[in-house]
Design a protein around this ligand. Structure first.
Ligand code: IPM
Ligand code: MG
Length: 358
């Protein structure tokens, strides 16, 4: 029996998680998997219910489960709160408490969506890259941090960008291993021309590559150049590995190459491949509750959950194939701009994926 924790979250979170849940149920019936579910709160919904963005009960539930499927958090309703109890803080505490340091964000262009990309088709056709983002360290978590008042009365905001050797090596290993299973190319992204923390990053990634992964072709790129290359010639990349903040930015850019941010799933894994699975998009409060959100990123995240945490790659592939089929059928949600296609709502898209399962 595998236990999955469902965390709907805020905004469009509940709508997209519901569709992914439907798909998980259907695929588990077809593949004879015994799945059991629990529900928990995180983010704004948790603040409303209990005053804190990450209740202890949620963490305990996560520890009892084999994997977590999560929607999205945040929204204007909670924007005025003190930064210590903002919804985003809940997600960050959650990732950190569970030591989910390895964030995998695959950006794949489904050929059916080539025309929906803002880039020319010849630039993005066949795009298949994986961004490996360090998720529990770097400037997101570095201390000291805060907003202080200087002697002259002026306020000053400050954060600390830190990575220790062990943090760098363990995320680099995840990336090298991933590259080995793909085309064998890894590009490490840093700002080693300016920041000491990434000088150390570059040194350690190079050492590890030379020692343990001589079969992987390793290159290094500065973040500014990488951002530019990602929109100039994205297919030059196979796997990218980078720190928390750079990875946050690059993965949003990569998402758009695929035609819609509504298509990008993610996995956040600990050292034992227990994981949190979530779409890369946010809570989109402007369209919440209107049956307009694209559930495919969450549905594809459920596929990653089956593959990485439950070791059910056949069931994972069944979902991915079904997604491809509904795109073949011409179904598109509102976030995907393509002419002459059949626009459907969140629920209809989820039902279509279920129907397309082999
Ligand atoms: C993401 C999101 C989060 C992040 C926010 C919601 C805290 O942008 O998962 O990419 O910055 O990590
Ligand atoms: Mg982000």
């Amino acid at each position: 029996m595998n236990k999955i924790l469902l965390i709907e979250g805020d905004g469009i979170g509940p709508e997209v998680v519901r569709e992914a849940h439907k798909v998980l149920d259907a695929v588990s019936r077809r593949h004879g998997l015994a799945l059991e579910y629990e529900q928990a709160l995180l983010g704004g919904a948790a603040i409303d219910a209990s005053g804190v963005p990450m209740p202890d009960a949620t963490l305990e539930a996560a520890r009892r489960c084999d994997a977590i499927l999560f929607g999205a958090i945040g929204g204007p309703r909670w924007d005025g709160l003190d930064r210590s109890i903002r919804p985003e803080k809940g997600l960050l505490q959650f990732r950190s408490a569970l030591q989910l340091f390895g964030n995998l964000r695959p950006a794949i262009l489904y050929p059916q969506l080539a025309a929906a990309s803002t880039l020319k088709q010849e630039v993005v056709a066949g795009l298949d890259i994986l961004i490996v983002r360090e998720l529990t360290g770097g400037i997101y978590f570095g201390e000291p941090r805060g907003i202080r008042t200087l002697d002259n009365g002026e306020r000053q905001g400050y954060n600390t960008y830190v990575y220790s050797e062990s943090e760098i090596v363990r995320i680099a290993r995840v990336a090298f291993e991933a590259a080995r299973k793909r085309q064998g190319r890894l590009c490490s992204v840093d700002k080693a021309n300016v920041l000491e923390v990434t000088m150390l990053w570059r040194e350690l990634v190079s050492e590890l590559g030379a020692r343990d992964y001589p079969d992987v072709a390793l290159s290094h790129m500065y973040i500014d150049n990488a951002a530019m290359q990602l929109v100039r010639a994205p297919r030059q990349f196979d796997v990218l590995v980078t720190g928390n903040l750079f990875g946050d930015i690059l993965s949003d850019a990569a998402a758009m190459l695929t035609g819609s941010i509504g298509m990008l799933p993610s996995a956040s894994l600990d050292i034992n491949n227990r994981g949190l699975y979530e779409p890369c998009h946010g809570s989109a409060p402007d369209i919440a509750g209107q049956d307009k959100a694209n559930p495919l990123a969450t549905i594809l995240s459920a596929a990653m959950l089956l593959r990485y945490s439950l070791n059910q790659s056949a069931a994972a592939e069944a979902i991915e194939t079904a997604v491809s089929r509904v795109l073949d059928q011409g179904l598109r949600t509102a976030d995907i701009h393509s002419e002459g296609m059949h626009k459907v709502g969140t629920r209809e898209m989820g039902d279509a994926v279920v129907a397309a399962l082999a």
